[in-house]
Design a binder for this molecule. Structure first.
Ligand code: NCC
Length: 303
């Protein structure tokens, strides 16, 4: 039998959504910056790999890890095995983000990336979802200047994000195993999968140049943001759901556009204002109030 879902306050959920959103916005901008502005290009597969290592270390820190390793990973092989699938999908997705953002304008990437919303939630409230997609696209619309490969990389990331997100949420919410244990199970796989990416894609070059070739403090910041963002994502999915997460990440687009307007002295256009309004309405329609009710309805279902 499943335990009753933990009750957390609305404020805590909002806090997690806000932190995740701010981190996501910063992450995309800094990642893009490190891929375009510095002369020496670091190996992006190593950044994805290091992110998994950092997340594993932090997750272990949340538990008395030695007891955990025995009880939850070694003795429960079948449970650990379940997490192999989303970790592989996320490994692919996280690498695709670097491929796409190395060449694709951050704005174009973000707009295309929003396709993950209908992808994740085709059965949910269509109207607000259409409004959101429309709004987000208006906010950042620019003529496409990308090659097919990078659009493909974004598309793969989109498909992976929707699938892995729903898969992880299902595994997490269908048993009493804690979030941190699920995370550790997944990051152990993640380390293996992303190391595969390092070897296959950059192995030969790394042997010549070194693992940390091209690393600057900003690249370390990318790894840190990716780790924080990933961990907050998991907390957000635990206490809300994937759709709420997507809406929040979409708000990040509006935020990051506002930030770049400020930083790069761009001017607000009518299209941006209309787009932002649509995004806000769609978030409202999907229902921030539902955040509060979610745990109650989960409890009902369990009865
Ligand atoms: O695409 P998205 O998330 O669904 O990607 C989820 C990210 O969280 C990590 N994760 C997931 C579950 C879990 N238990 N632990 C985790 O560490 C995955 O490895 C994956 O990196 C979004 O909804 O838009 C969001 O976008 C990402 C990021 O902007 C995109 O993936 C870039 O291509 C955000 N991640 C970060 O800011 C680091 C996420 O917060 C929101």
């Amino acid at each position: 039998p499943l335990p009753a879902p933990e009750k957390v306050s609305m404020l805590f959920k909002l806090y997690c959504l806000v932190v995740m959103t701010v981190v996501a916005a910063t992450y995309i901008i800094v990642l893009r910056y490190t891929r375009t502005m510095s002369s020496e290009k670091y190996f992006s597969t190593t950044a994805v790999f290091l992110t998994e290592v950092v997340k594993l270390i932090i997750s272990l820190g949340m538990l008395s890890w030695y007891v955990f390793i025995l009880e939850e990973v070694v003795y429960k092989k079948k449970e650990t095995l379940k997490l192999c699938i989303p970790s592989l999908v996320y490994a692919l997705q996280n690498n695709m983000a670097f491929v796409a953002l190395s060449n694709l304008d951050a704005a174009v990437y973000q707009v295309t990336y929003q396709l993950k919303i209908p992808c994740t939630a085709f059965y949910m409230q269509w109207f607000s979802i259409f409004l959101l997609c429309g709004g987000v696209s208006l906010v950042q619309w620019k003529p496409m200047e990308a090659t097919a490969v990078h659009v493909m990389a974004t598309a793969v990331a989109v498909l992976c994000s929707g699938f892995a997100g729903v898969y992880f949420e299902k595994v997490l919410k269908s048993s009493s195993t804690s979030l941190w244990i699920r995370n550790i199970q997944m990051y152990l796989w993640g380390i293996l999968m992303t190391f595969g990416g390092v070897v296959v894609n950059d192995g030969a070059a790394i042997l010549q140049e070194g693992f940390f070739f091209g690393y600057t403090p900003l690249v370390c910041l990318v790894v840190l943001l990716a780790s924080m963002g990933g961990l907050y994502t998991s907390v957000v999915v635990k206490y809300t759901d994937n759709i709420m997460k997507s809406f929040s990440a979409a708000a990040a687009i509006v935020l990051s556009t506002l930030a770049s307007m400020y930083l790069f002295e761009l001017h607000l256009s009518y299209i941006f204002i209309i787009g932002t309004t649509l995004v806000c309405i769609s978030i409202y329609l999907y229902g921030l109030p539902q955040l509060e009710n979610k745990n109650d309805s989960d409890k009902q279902e369990l009865k």
